[in-house]
Design a protein around this ligand. Structure first.
Ligand code: SAM
Length: 282
């Protein structure tokens, strides 16, 4: 495949192309088409239905910015739930905190199997951590049926297609809110801040049905089309913009973070005026 290019069609109006040197693995799973590529610049890349999910080269940007702003917003998270996240990168970030238990519910076992085998630099030893419980199943049904309570719930899903559609719905967010402890936090990947702005608004609107505090923040994820990615949080307790920088510094100190810092936490929530006006208009 020398000189071949992988094209990620993004939202149709924006595309990313990556030079790849080898397709290491490919399979059709019950839910999606799964591929692993080798690329000179980004190392190994996980691709689902043609969309780049994570790469060795920039996974930390996405995983750190979904995990840590939510975890530090809760004063002392002990029970954490991850929906999706089959590559294990988010699980690895959560386990950097003094949590007692992390439950991860991933619908497609093939994603976890391929990630353990081909992406060890992303998941590390996270799947084997005694604090981690992995459930193969639909996160929507799991949240509806579980009697467990969680301090923080993180939704690391694919785009709102197929099994992931319901993960952006008001009903699902309400079910999650019922499973949260009093200062609980729900954080979701809410799509591109460039070509999925309607999705950002939808996530915010649907979260408002169950959460008094709703905040959106941004990160640069180089291998995602149009690069600027958004996350949105609903909090039953603290407002993430009011978490003191020195507290954040104390809680993530020495965690070998490569992207997330206390100043970046606050800067990420300071949305540029065009986006603030647009996302806060409903
Ligand atoms: N960071 C990536 C992104 O933003 O596009 C997502 C990475 S992660 C691999 C996405 C995972 O969500 C996939 O493995 C997919 O199988 C899983 N997923 C989709 N819908 C799901 C559902 N209803 N319940 C549990 N997992 C789901």
């Amino acid at each position: 495949m020398k000189g071949a290019w992988l094209t990620d069609q993004g939202g149709g109006d924006v595309t990313s192309m990556f030079r790849v040197s080898e397709r290491i693995h490919a399979e059709q799973t019950p839910y999606q088409h799964l591929e692993i590529y080798q690329s000179p610049l980004f190392g190994r890349m996980l691709v689902l239905d043609g969309a780049v999910q994570t790469t060795e080269g920039d996974e930390f940007m996405y995983h750190e910015m979904l995990a840590h702003p939510a975890l530090v917003t809760h004063p002392q998270p002990r029970q954490v739930l991850i929906i999706g996240g089959g590559d294990g990168g988010l699980l690895e970030e959560v386990l950097k905190h003094p949590v007692d238990r992390v439950t991860m519910v991933e619908i497609d076992e093939a994603v976890m199997r391929a990630s353990r085998r081909y992406l060890p630099t992303i998941c590390g030893a996270a799947f084997d951590d005694p604090r981690a419980t992995v459930v193969v199943g639909d996160g929507i049904a799991y949240v509806r049926e579980t009697t467990d309570r969680f301090d923080v719930v993180l939704v690391d899903s694919t785009d709102p297609e197929g099994p992931a559609v319901g993960l952006f719905a008001e009903e699902f967010y309400a079910d999650v809110a019922r499973r949260l402890t009093p200062a609980g936090v729900l954080a979701v990947q809410s799509g591109s801040a460039v070509y999925q702005r309607e999705l950002v608004r939808t996530a915010r609107r649907n979260l408002r049905g169950s959460f008094a505090t709703v905040r959106t923040w941004l990160a640069t994820v180089v291998t995602y089309p149009a690069v600027v990615w958004s996350f949105t949080m609903g909090s039953l307790g603290r407002d993430p913009v009011l978490v003191p920088a020195d507290e954040i510094a104390g809680r993530v100190a020495g965690d070998s973070l490569r992207y997330y810092t206390p100043p970046r936490h606050h800067a990420a929530f300071d949305l540029p005026p065009y986006l603030r006006r647009e996302t806060e208009s409903d």
